[in-house]
Structures are given as C-alpha cells and as structure tokens.
Design a protein around this ligand. Sequence first.
Ligand SMILES: [Ca+2]
Ligand SMILES: [Ca+2]
Ligand SMILES: [Ca+2]
Length: 841
Amino acid sequence: MKRFSLFVAVLLAAACQSEAPDLQLNDLGYFERQGVNVLVFSNPFSGGFNDEKNSGIEIIHHGVRTVQGGAVRLNVTPEQWDLVPTMTSRVVDTLAQTIEVGMRFDWYDFDSRVVVEPKGKAVEISVYLDKPVPEVLAGEAGFNLEFLPSQYWNKAYLVDGKPNRFPRYAVSDTKVRPNAEKVRQFKGYRTYDDRGTGEFIEPLPLSEGHEFLLAPDDPERMVKVTSGSEIRLYDGRMLAQNGWYVLRTVLPAGQTGKVVSWTVEPNAVPGWIREPNVGFSQMGYVPDQPKVAVIELDKKDKVQAKASVWKVEADGSEREAFSGPVKVWGDFFKYNYAKFDFTKLSEPGVYFLKYGDVRTGNFIIDPSVYDKITVATSDVWIPVHMNHMAVHEAYRLWHGEPFKEGYLQAPPSTDHFDLHGQGPTTDTRFKALELIPGLNVGGYFDAGDFDIETGSNISVVMNLITLWERFRSERDETFVSEEQRYVELHRPDGVPDILQYIEHGVLNLVAQAEQIGHMAQTLSNSVLDNYHHLGDAAGITDGLHYDPRLKPYQKSADGKSSGTPDDMWAFTSRNPGLDLQAATMFAAASRVLADRNPGLAQRALKQSIRLDEEATKLMAADTTGRFRRRNQGNSFSTALQLYVSTKDPKYLEQFTAGVWPALERMPMGAIGAALDAIPYLDDDYKEKLRPYVEKYRDYILSLEEQNPYGVPIGLGNWAGGGQVTGFGTTVCNAHRHFPDIVGKEHIYKAPAWLFGCHPYHNYSWVAAVGAARPKQVFYGNNRADFSFIPGNMAPGLLFRQPDHFENYDDWPFLWGQNEGTIAGNTGYLIFGETFRNTLLE
Ligand SMILES: [Ca+2]
Ligand SMILES: [Ca+2]
Ligand SMILES: [Ca+2]
C-alpha cells in the first residue's frame, strides 16, 4: 500500500510539474523556482582549506543544500587538499538568462568555462574549452557534480532505466594506480599513506550511463541528469569519510568548443511550502524570563494569526495553557519571520508549542533549567581533549596516550598545511628534525584535529583561569593523574577539575618556553595523511622515534624506533606577540597554581618574567613594525591581567592609557574587556565607562532591528557561535554592573539562540545538554561515527552566498558549522557560568 501511494505521489508530481513555472534567473544571481535554487559559483572555491563541499554549482532542493561541487575537477572523487579551480570570471547575463564562469588550474595552465542556462524546469550545464585538455590531464579532468550522501543513501536511482540503490556505507570497488599518475595535490602534499606500494587508490564507478534519475522514491530529492556523453556515478566516501556521491563526465581529449553538456532537472514538489521552523529554547525557560518563539517562514507561506502553548499534565494528558497573537517581524534574507510571545506563562511544568500544523518538542519552565548547561562541557568535552593522556569513561576508552615519541624540530622554510609554517630559520638551538625533548606533556587538542595550537591553548588556560577566579567552581568529577598519564571521567579525586585543567594546559606551554626558549606556533602533524586522522589520537603516530636510517615502515631491533616519518613537528618561528600573551597567561597561572602545584607555579612565573622582557625588547628592536601591528589589539587587556597578577601600578597606567582610545576606536570590541576591569578599579573608572555602556545598550537594541533574533549573526566562512557567546557574556556583565542601563531582559537573547531559537532548524547547538533536541552530529574526532562529544558547542549557523543559512544535522563534516574548538568551548563555559551567576544575583 505504501509503495502504491508513493508511486501515485510521483505520478502526481510528474503530472503537475508541467503547470509549475520554469526556472528563472533571479535578482540575486541564481536560478529559482519554488523548491529549487540552482547556484552557479555564488560561492567560489577558496583554495585555503580546499574542497570544503561548499562551492561551485550548488542546488538547494526544497530548502536543503543537497548538491554542490559542480565544476571541472581533476579527480573522480575530489578530497580536501585536491586542487580546486580558481574562478577567473563570473558573468551573470540577465538578458540571455545565463551564468558563465571561467575556471583555471594554474599548476597545469588549464582553463575551462562552464555555462549554465535554464531550459524549462531544467538547467543545461555546458563545459567549453578554448584549448584542449593538457595531455597530462587527459582522462583525469572531468565535469563533476556532488550529491549529499545522507540525503541520498538507501534511496533508489535509475540508470538508463535500470534500478539501483545508493549504498548506506562506502563499499564499492577500487583500483590502484602508480603514484606517478596521481594529479598533484595541494602544495604537492599527499593525503594518503601508500605503505610503500608506490600506488594510490582510485574508486571505480558504481554505475555508468546517459540518464541518471536520482531518488525517484523521494520527490523532494529527485533529480534527473542526462547527457550525450557517458556519466559515471562514484562514491567519494571510498577515499574520505567526508566524500559525497559524485556524478562525472570525463572531458574528451583533443577537443575544443562545447565538450560536455548535461541537462539537470531537479524535481519541484507542486505547491511545496517549507515547513515553518519554530525557534524556541530547547533548554527551557526560568519562570520570569521573556519567552518569545521566532517562527521562520517560507515567503510564500501565510502567517497564522495565533499560536499556543500546551502543557503536558502529570497524568500524560495535554491542555492548552496559553494562546496569543503571532506578530510579523519581516524578511531576513531568504525567509519571513514572525514572533510569538508567551512570557505570561510562568508556571513550572512541561510544555510544547503549537503553530498551525507544527507541534514542537517539549520544553520545561522551571527555575532550575539552566543549572547544568556547562557540566557536559567541563566533565566530558574538555577532558576528552587532553593531549598526552589516556582518557577513560566507564567502559569506554576515548583515546590512548598520543605522541609518545615526542616532537621533532620542523625543518626551516616549511609551508605547512594547517595555516602554519616554519620560517627560514628554526629560531632554536635544534637542528631540523632533531628531537626537542620534553614537549609531549599536557596541552589540549585544538579542535576536531589533534595539534597543540599554542595561541588557542594560551586562550584556553586564560579562560579557565577566568572561570576559576570569577566563579571558584570546586566541581570535581574528573580524575587526572599526570604521573599515570591517565584521566577518568566521572571519578572525583579530591581536586577541583578546573585547577587540574589549568595545570594540564600550563604543563605543555611551560615546557615549550623552557625547551624551545619561546612559544611554538603549533605542535602539529608532519605529514598530511596524519592530519585528517579520525578516531583514537594514540594511533596517529606509531609511538616510535623516527630514524631516517631505517626503511619506511621498518622497526629497529630494539623496537624503539622506526623508519616511518610520522613524528609530530614543533613549528618554532618566534613571534614575540605570542610570547607576550604567554607571559600574561603564565603570570595569571602562577597565581592560581601557587597552592596546588608550587613547583609549576614558580616555573610559570619565571618564564613569564623572562618572556615578557625578551619579547618587549624584540618588539622594540623590530624595525619592520610587523610584531607591533599584529599584537595591537590586546595590549590593554593584557596590561589588566598583569596588573591583577602583580599589582604593579605601571600596568594600571598601561591599561588606562589603552582602554579609552580602544573604546573610541572600536566600542563594541573593547567594551567586554573594559567591563572586566571594573572589580579592580575605582568608582571613577566605572562612572567614566557609563556612556560607553549606553552606546552598547543602543547596539543591543539595534540588533533587534537587524535580525529577528536580536543577537549578532555572523556571515563568515566559520559560523558565529563564538560571537554569540562573547555577546552573551558581555551583555550579562553590562547588566550586572549597570542594571539601570542594560535591563535583565537582554541577558536571555544569547542563550535562546544557542539552545534552539535560530534559523534553519530549532536544535540546541550544544551537544547532549539539557535540551529535548540537541544537535546530533558534530565535527569532532568521532565524526566518522556521525556522533558528538558531549558539551561541544557548534559554530552553528553557516551563511552561504547569497541568501542561504544552514546547519546540517545529518552530516557532520562541514567544520565551519559543526566543529568544536578548545578555545570556543572554554568560551562557552565562561558564558554559561556568567549567565548562571547573573541569574542568581
Ligand atoms: Ca588545528
Ligand atoms: Ca578532579
Ligand atoms: Ca613515530
């Protein structure tokens, strides 16, 4: 019966299609009809991290970006770090209704053009060459278009009428080819470890033909692709877990002009209107807080006059507890927004919202709803990211002890892949590839990868110190033994966890200062095929010292070294600005660790004083001005930290000399740090700050005009979750110090956003905490399992040009929306504790 009704639905869809309007080029420069957007290089490939699965020709299909990567590519299933084409031109011709994009691969001196034009309900995509494909790329260069696996797996597809099914997991056929035939990867790096075979893997096609009908069993995903040329379907997950399904036609050798042409017809469900997204706090509400749901609506949708709140009673029955008007806010990018205020409802209980046909998940009203918003982050996420330790939880090993062989000096003039590099000299007493002793201790994994990003680690320790000094959380749920290099979650050991986390961060950073002589940029992977490691960090390297006298993969007779060049590297080019940040952090750490670990506290203080002196001299002697420029931003907040640590009045003078000009120059950027200083300064300071807090209140109010959520919404390539937590912390502090200027109603905006009141979907951005519906997949080191590490706060809502916001919750692999970072998540801890304590005041 079900099959029959699906069949009927498809037939009906097909029948009604002819009446729906054709694709049109709209004012924003993409092709559109209701339910279908075809974007042509609205988002060009950036080349920075390569192949972010965010670029080229893209299709947003019934509200979900399910197709991207349409371009001339040099691989059957391009990975991150495979070459991407540079967009050399983009012409949107409104008269001819076409978009034409020039693409170039510099390394191969290879140019091509793609022209996209609407043909009724389809687009025709044509590739043109003015010169034939370079000989070396013949058979390698092709036109590719990629489809999101999580939206297509288990669905059917037809190839020239023959039925197939998309595989749930990557299990198809491959072949190997000699490395000499491998198309160059980014900067000549290799994403794979060939184990000495001299060969690389290439997936073989799942299917080939001239007409592909994808997902005829799902009208919202159905796409028909036809071509006079042969089209092949590949599974990109065979090489990389973040790969997509790829449709591809190889460009013919020796030809010019129009060399490939496809017709792509995404189905549109007749009369489709996107389901309203009712945003609310999944974490719930305290009784006296303003409670406003923001409803995101298709512009073609009719706004309902009323919405209601229902209570789930103790006997399981449901009753309407409140009903009120829905007020239109207006357009914001692609959608229309309305608000539903149910502040009047304050009785503790379990509730859900009804808007039209939408019934939300439930939420709680109770004074306790925010009590535990930080525990998963502090009890699980932070300790799971402790480097150089084995981390256990009940029956589970999160990871073993990584990098037992330590770190080698990075060779000079190394252009690294993770935004780092080694300059022309080592700036240390070590020779290239010499072991730098003592660095494999303490520290935190940066994010979804495993390097110790020194700047982030410094921020982490500062954030943890801020937490300790402001809130004195004595919470003890983590066992940490630096001697045993062993961590166990949920086992109290008599020491406040925050102190242990501070200690763990300082252990690595002080070792850097002592062993290297200054701060490293990063302690990171030496080879790219380690960098994209997924799973247990202890398995990234072989734990044996690299000995170049041995053959690759060979072990020494004593079992202590190997010929596998997998040891991590320390990137040690000196940056006195980083040394100064470390000096500030060490000063603060020495104060906090004085009782807990006096030896480490003394080492930290010694390094603080030395680095401060040396870096100050280096910066004074620097005639290029590059150090000063790079570090201008933080100087007054650094001076405040030093003042708090040392009580030396010279730092107070530096602070006051810096803070007022900074407040004039960038009032919204400086106000947070200026508010932080209030407890340490006199009443005159606070009074002088008042007009800037008034400006800040105006800014808070202006956000209400800018978007329906009243928080700063980032439009960058990394979503703005960190901006929102920073905003939330500052609003709380502004309210605590100036309640007459910044009212309490404003402190709830950031948590509402973080916990579910935001565009695209209404899931909480924070993994596993409190909410009925937190996000389920994150870009952590367990992302290959489509999972999460509890307490992770996602960057969240990613903007794609020209008008699309998204956050995949079935596909973890886009770091800009789903990755957690160590600095970002300790920033979330500060926000969470500040917010909770503001509520208690
Ligand atoms: Ca990193
Ligand atoms: Ca503890
Ligand atoms: Ca090794």
